[in-house]
Design a protein around this ligand. Structure first.
Ligand code: NAD
Length: 512
């Protein structure tokens, strides 16, 4: 059994810290006086209310974003960068306040909540630099006296739909780059996280005012999925950047495709790590436990499948179980807590359903899976992270269950390990723990991991913003954050400039 941290705060105490943070950030009190409840997973009870936008208000937000785009696209990109830079300063000033809201709404431990806000600040830094680097190429023309070039222009209105588990970072990944690119944004956050959304949107509004940016470049929609559906259907939304489950992606992708809109899909993962016999097991253990049990298994990049060489499987599993026994489970507001609550009862049901299915399919739960602290907190769902030994192929390991379950399978050859690894429909993050360079390179090669993220000697979760983030197959194919992800927020034009005074046709075609 894990040791539990000190008592859970009362709902009134959580509500009070939330109220103070919202006040310190300057959120408009009128937006906190409405019909929609926000519950904290820490106690499972209501901590605040928010307004709910009407259809007319949503329409007006999209119309204003569409109109403002016409002005914003003409502002020089480095000047647009100045807005994002100011936002980053305000996020830094209010880092603690925002992290407090993330902890209260999502149940993330404070250190991870602070990390999420830091991720916002990091992407802002990247975007400010990017505002002077929206490079296009110049290519040699086949015709004398001609020049070929590409230019990148603002795209339009970006509709952002985000998931509960990264309530603010995903908004910043999209918004920092979209604003620098010259786009305007309309954001529909997850239903569970409207308070942190209000906080970071309020700071963006203040930044816009401080630098004199036009009104209407960003809009927060306090709505539910019906509001999200409006963005998906609306031809004025040039790009829909949607983060969430594969189910959500399957619903929205055909609708966007039908109107030839652009979609950036960041959907579910089912991430695996291979542990080779040469692995440094101390290092691997830390990487595995953080990725599998951290954030209570509620990251898109959480480690869900461990594929271990049969010669070391028993040793490694027993060390993982020993490590799991030391994890403090409890209120994320306490410093010593490492595993906070699940978001709600549905997550708990999904976790229990997956564990039952695993047992039916020949799995053996070697640790965890039980609900804890239920007597004191009937509406909150704290669980022991589970470790389950599984046969190498079973149906349940093909599903993403958004809770802390680590399925352990064994292999004998690296080819077999990679085949097991790639056999799931999702393709987000992956890792190999090995000290054998040949194995590492094979895993990273074209015939290795089929994921958008492939790591060596580091877990599947906790990406830095400098690289492009996203995954293949059912994860949706989108790329966000660093590298050249900025291009998805812009449209590309190819220019041919003729300074020859003649009109030679390409490919030697003769006409007139
Ligand atoms: P979810 O799919 O239930 O909801 C995500 C968002 O989509 C919410 O804002 C929701 O209201 C909205 N939505 C749902 N159906 C919609 C529809 N038909 N039209 C328009 N909007 C709709 O996901 P969740 O439970 O909030 O988050 C967990 C999931 O998100 C997991 O599957 C996780 O892997 C995934 N996720 C992926 C990434 C990534 O970058 N790949 C990051 C975070 C979370």
């Amino acid at each position: 059994m894990s040791t539990f941290t000190a008592s859970i705060p009362t709902t009134a105490e959580i509500a009070e810290t939330v109220r103070k943070s919202l006040h310190s950030i300057g959120v408009d009190p009128q937006l906190l006086d409405g019909s929609r409840e926000t519950k904290s997973p820490i106690t499972g009870e209501v901590i605040a209310h928010t307004k709910f936008h009407t259809d007319d208000e949503i329409e007006s937000a999209v119309a204003q974003a569409t109109e403002t785009f016409k002005t914003w696209r003409t502002v020089p990109a480095p000047v647009r960068g100045a807005l994002v830079k100011r936002w980053g300063q305000l996020l830094t000033d209010h880092k603690e306040d925002i992290a407090t809201l993330v902890t209260a709404e999502v149940g993330k431990i404070h250190s991870e909540a602070l990390g999420e806000v830091q991720e916002m600040i990091d992407i802002v830094d990247l975007a400010v630099g990017q505002s002077r680097q929206l490079y296009g190429k110049t290519m040699p023309s086949e015709r004398p006296g001609h020049r070929l070039a590409e230019t990148w222009h603002p795209l339009g209105v970006v509709g952002i739909i985000s998931a509960f588990n990264f309530p603010v970072a995903v908004f910043a990944w999209n918004t920092a780059l979209a604003l620098v690119a010259g786009d305007t944004v309309v954001w529909k956050p997850a239903d569970a996280t409207r308070l942190s959304a209000l906080a970071v949107d309020t700071l963006l509004a203040r930044a816009a005012k401080d630098v004199g940016a036009p009104d209407g470049i960003h809009h927060l929609l306090l709505t539910d999925r019906t509001g999200g559906q409006k963005l998906v259907e609306d031809p004025r939304i040039a790009l829909v950047s949607a983060t969430g489950s594969v189910r959500m992606g399957q619903e929205i992708a055909p609708v966007i495709a039908k109107r030839f809109g652009r979609a950036l899909l960041e959907l579910g993962g089912n991430n695996g790590a291979i542990v080779a016999p040469s692995a440094d097991l101390d290092l691997a253990l830390r990487g595995i436990v953080f990725a599998a049990a951290g954030t209570a298994g509620q990251r898109c990049t959480s480690l869900r499948r461990l594929i271990v060489h049969s010669s070391i499987a028993d040793t490694l599993v027993s060390r993982i179980v020993d490590a799991y026994r030391t994890l403090n489970i409890g209120s994320p507001t306490h410093e010593e807590t490492l595993v906070g609550p699940l978001i709600n009862a549905n997550s708990f049901k999904a976790q229990q359903g997956a564990l039952n299915q695993a047992k039916e399919e020949g799995g053996k739960i070697v640790y965890g899976g039980e609900r804890v602290l239920a007597d004191d907190q009937p509406e909150a769902y704290y669980v022991q992270p589970a470790v389950v030994r599984m046969p190498s192929q079973s149906a349940v390991v093909h599903d993403e269950t958004f809770a802390p379950i680590l399925y352990v399978m064994t292999y004998d050859t690296l080819d077999e390990a990679i085949e097991i690894h790639n056999s799931v429909p999702q393709g987000l993050s992956s890792a190999i723990f090995t000290q054998d360079n040949t194995e590492a390179e094979r895993f990273l090669s074209a015939s290795g991991s089929d994921c958008g993220i492939a790591n060596v000697n580091i877990g599947t979760s906790g990406a830095e913003i400098g690289g492009a983030f996203g995954g293949e197959k059912e994860t949706g194919g989108g790329r966000e954050s660093g590298s050249d992800s900025w291009k998805v927020y812009m449209r590309q034009a190819t220019n041919t400039i003729n300074f020859s005074g003649k009109l030679p046709l390409a490919q030697g075609v003769k006409f007139l």
